[in-house]
Design a protein around this ligand. Structure first.
Ligand code: FAD
Length: 415
């Protein structure tokens, strides 16, 4: 595959951009692979990329029922941060954030990583205490965060009303190297680099069954026929419960719709990411000028990818209180994605009761930021057959053993 470069752009400009090759191959599935990955979201594609790059395993297929990046990876609000409370979470999210710093160079694909800073508002005394605790934990974990005073918050975000009637801003947890990236580009970049190393990405092909013999994985049934494999990685976010059922085990996961929306584009007015957990809304401004707004998850299980109207109303009401200037903006689009929620709001990465079958799920409302770290850890787990240091705390067995990695307080809402 030809590398993208300033020289290549200049050369293509001279020939009316007629010479670009396709970013990834679209092969027909072979009858057998060493590893089959179900789901071409960011996590599945990153797993494929690091399997090839870190372990030289390239006889890999990523099977996707729709188009790559069309699940939650292409539907999220792209917030990247690693200011989690528990050490295990901080380790994997900080690994991911660190990889994001140089991902464009690694993949030779501009993922538009923008470390503009993430601000998590404290709007109750309880929240303020909680964030101070997280800031102390982050200091020990080597994650760079600090607390801001209301005055410092206002200075960074002049459009914010910090003396709101219901919830004045009492401070904020600030991660300067947090930010955003272009979500599609992350999927496309991993797909292109993995495909270049020999990984087959098979789109428009649904996995409909999982084959096993004597408790060991042998392959998958798809809408286009059977594919044999020695190892299987299930990486399907909100559909994890369905795939687990095909494999014959149950997951402690609930699937719900999480919503987001964007306004019409306006001139630059917000150059950081602001999250307001108490009133339940968060906002950043895209490069196009749209205000990207994230809301809450539905209170009932569903697979709609749409969400319900009362959440839109709740989210907008909350944000108008904090950002009165958005009250006259028109809403352009609204959508939902099916997120996979665990009880402790931490992911599941590791082995399953079916030998040779591994799972990576449970990233819930916050798995975009973790894509590089998750792919790294999952590739190691699949390649070696046992989880490495990053993934080990997140095995399924923690729910039976009561070893929760409890982020339900630190990250219950945040993305
Ligand atoms: C509205 C919204 C906002 C969010 N905001 C943020 C945020 O700001 N920051 C953050 O870090 N995270 C955020 N998230 C969460 C984040 O998007 C997800 O955790 C992450 O994208 C999950 O990636 P994935 O690769 O696991 O899943 P997905 O991207 O959903 O990929 C799974 C893929 O599996 C495929 N699949 C399913 N079943 C099958 C089958 N039977 N056969 C073949 N393929 C199948 C699907 O089609 C899909 O493409 C948000 C999510 C939503 C919905």
């Amino acid at each position: 595959m030809k590398r993208y470069s300033a020289f290549a752009i200049a050369k293509q400009a001279c020939q009316q951009h007629s010479g670009w090759e396709k970013a990834w191959r679209s092969p027909v599935a072979k009858s057998e692979y060493d590893v089959v990955i179900v789901g071409a979201g960011g996590h599945g594609l990153a797993t494929a990329y690091y399997l090839a790059r870190n372990f030289g395993i390239t006889n890999v297929a990523v099977i996707e029922k729709g188009w790559l990046g069309g699940g939650n990876t292409g539907r999220n609000t792209t917030i990247i941060r690693s200011n989690y409370l528990q050490d295990e979470s901080a380790a994997i999210y900080e690994k991911a954030r660190g990889l994001y710093e140089t991902l464009s160079q690694d993949l030779n694909y501009n993922i538009m990583f923008s470390p503009r800073g993430v601000m998590m508002l404290a709007q109750t005394e309880h929240e303020l205490r909680g964030f101070k605790r997280t800031a102390h934990a982050n200091a020990i974990q080597g994650v760079k965060t600090k607390m801001l005073t209301p005055h410092q918050v206002k200075k960074k975000v002049p459009i914010m009303e910090i003396n709101g009637p219901r919830y004045p801003v009492l401070g904020a947890l600030w991660q300067a190297r947090g930010g955003t990236a272009r979500h599609d580009a992350v999927a496309w970049g991993y797909a292109r680099a993995a495909s270049d190393m020999g990984v087959d990405i098979i789109q428009q092909t649904e996995v409909t069954g999982i084959d096993q013999a004597h408790g060991v994985i042998t392959g998958v049934q798809t809408s286009r026929g059977a594919v044999k494999c020695k190892k299987l990685a299930i990486v399907v976010a909100g559909h994890s419960g369905l795939l687990a059922e095909m494999a014959g085990f149950r997951l402690p996961i609930e699937s719900v719709s999480l919503q987001a929306m964007v306004t019409e584009p306006v001139k630059p007015c917000l150059d950081v990411v602001v999250m307001a957990n108490t009133v339940h809304g968060y906002m950043s401004q895209s490069d196009k000028g749209e205000l990207v707004i994230g809301g809450g998850a539905d209170g009932y299980n569903n697979y709609t990818q749409r969400g319900s109207f009362h959440h839109i109303e709740e989210t907008v009401r909350a944000l108008v209180e904090t950002f009165p200037i958005i009250s006259r903006l028109k809403m352009l689009r609204q959508w939902g994605g099916i997120v996979d929620m665990t009880g402790d709001r931490s992911p599941i990465i590791g082995k399953t009761p079916l030998e040779g079958c591994f799972i990576n799920c449970g990233w819930g409302t916050g798995g975009f930021k973790s894509i590089p770290g998750s792919g790294w850890a999952m590739a190691e787990t699949v390649a070696k057959g046992i989880p490495g240091d990053l993934a080990a705390p997140f095995g399924m067995d923690r729910f039976a053993d009561g070893r929760f990695v409890d982020e339900s307080v630190a990250a219950g809402v945040a993305h």
